[in-house]
Design a protein around this ligand. Structure first.
Ligand code: ADP
Ligand code: MG
Length: 240
């Protein structure tokens, strides 16, 4: 579903992604871990072209990531993204947040968008919050609304960039549960997270980044129990 080859990214003089290669199969859940500043967010942002790569190739479902225009809008619809800080429209209700993009980008009718939005809000467990503005919801509920909004576009894949990092600890579980459910339903997912329990449970593969490079990748139990590289071992010793 996602194929990355030789991806390089600079911010000015700062080389933040070095020859990154990554494949994510249809239905696969890849968890990306690594220290702060290692390039995890930049990699995610290149995948739906919130950042432009400087060199290399990124294919989504066989199609090169487009630079602009309608093709880019289609890519963004196909590859949903969930951020640390929810990024909901604050002056709209939760229901409207979920309805908006399918109507604008996919040309879905208002009635159908509303029906789908109610279904998705029920699926993430916040059906009763539909008429409220985001600020009235807890952080965990807001993040679940953000996931419902991304799902409303019927994406082929979902990117999550530290979706639980801004949450109070008691709300982390409810968001991870929704993500675990999506994974079980076969969604293709790239998840940047520090939740190592989730990584071990839900990941098909763990990718460890450091210094803008993919340093190690492996099946989660093997990776956590016996990392092959010193850098991964050092990182795990600090976070586990
Ligand atoms: P991570 O998500 O792993 O913490 P990032 O991808 O956010 O890492 O950042 C990788 C490196 O790129 C860091 O050194 C960061 O300071 C730098 N960086 C990220 N975004 C920008 C930007 N918009 N402009 C300049 N430097 C950036
Ligand atoms: Mg980041």
């Amino acid at each position: 579903m996602i194929r990355v080859r030789g991806l390089n990214k600079w911010f000015g003089e700062h080389h933040v992604l070095h020859d990154v290669d990554l494949d994510v199969a249809r239905g696969e859940v890849v968890v990306v871990i690594g220290p702060s500043g290692s390039g995890k967010s930049t990699l995610c942002r290149c995948l739906n072209r919130l950042e432009a790569a400087d060199s290399g190739e990124i294919l989504v479902d066989g199609v090169p990531v487009p630079a602009e225009g309608r093709a880019l809008a289609r890519l963004r619809a196909d590859v949903g993204m969930v951020f640390q800080n929810f990024n909901l429209f604050q002056h709209k209700t939760v229901l409207e947040n979920v309805m908006l993009a399918p109507m604008k980008v996919r040309g879905v009718s208002r009635a159908e968008a509303e029906r789908t939005a109610h279904e998705l809000l029920a699926r993430v467990g916040i059906a009763e919050q539909a008429g409220k503005q985001p600020a009235r919801l807890s952080g965990g509920q807001q993040q679940r609304a953000a996931i419902a909004r991304a799902l409303a576009m019927r994406p082929k894949a979902m990117l999550f960039d530290e979706p639980t990092s801004a949450l109070d600890p008691e709300m982390v579980g409810e968001v991870l549960d929704v993500m675990t459910g999506l994974a079980a339903d076969g969604m293709t997912m790239v998840v940047v997270t520090h939740e190592m329990g989730f990584a071990r449970r839900a990941a098909d593969r763990v990718v460890f980044m450091d210094g803008g490079r993919i340093v190690e990748t492996g099946e989660p139990n093997a990776f956590f129990d016996s990392p092959r590289t010193d850098r991964a071992r050092d990182f795990l010793a600090k976070v586990l």
